[in-house]
Design a protein around this ligand. Sequence first.
Ligand code: NDP
Length: 288
Amino acid sequence: PISATLIDGKAFAADLRARIATQVRSMKDNGITPGLAVVLVGEDPASQVYVKSKGRMTREVGMNSYEHRLPAETSQDDLLALIGRLNDDPDVNGILVQLPLPPHMDEAAVINAIDPAKDVDGFHILNVGRLATGQKAMVPCTPLGCLMLLRDRLGSLSGKNALVIGRSNIVGKPMAQLLLRDSATVTVAHSRTANLPDLCRQADIVVAAVGRANFVQGDWIKPGATVIDVGINRGDDGLVGDVDFDAAARVAGAITPVPGGVGPMTIACLLANTLTATARANGLPDPQ
Ligand code: NDP
């Protein structure tokens, strides 16, 4: 039997998008239409799906979506030139370069060419540094979505033991920074971590961003813990997370499903970041 509360990221994200749409309408009343440019290089099938749904949801909340699809053999200089034009374009408030880039490109050089004020993915080194030092930053979308779900469920995170499994630049590390900013006591685990099950058993909050299906076992979960499953693994029977959901849901206090948990939050947070970037570019207060 499932005793844990299901954290409905799909509903939370729909609600967030509705609030964003309201704020976009009032910006438009004042002559400002937020614009998000998404750049896709090459034909990676998963990336094409992401870019398509990002464009659709951008338009759904009333923002302008500018999609730039470039062939896989595009030179890095041509990509940098496009980013330069988008940086200078006042109608573009957010720029997202879909990763991964083709192997002939230097991902860091491309990301760091984006105007940090328009870096709605929060991957520019200035935004990474600002987050780490407690300054106003653009925060990466997936961990920002996880944080929103955690705050909604738990209220204050202060003093909670939080375990982040995974140390990638796009999920694990920024997740750890956000939890630390909220005064959780944060442990970051990775492939060299010793005694991961024991560490996990002490955690009030577990964020799993590993990329291995059903990796986190039910008997690693502290009774009542809040479990956020970031994993998206394509298996024989559809999408599965990084947590053994059926077992963990018998022990946890609350848990995100896959799909329908963290996934929908990521695009909603991208739109939230675009709204924030637009507000800042126009000297308006940050949207709530
Ligand atoms: P990465 O592959 O970049 O990072 C995986 C991390 O897991 C690494 O830090 C790795 O450790 C760690 N790891 C691997 N094996 C183990 C192990 N046996 N024990 C402990 N740690 C281990 O993945 P991402 O961070 O990019 O993504 C993680 C998952 O989240 C994926 O399933 C991805 O699809 C999903 N994802 C979902 C998003 C969403 O919108 N919901 C957005 C982004 C990602 P080490 O550093 O030592 O190698």
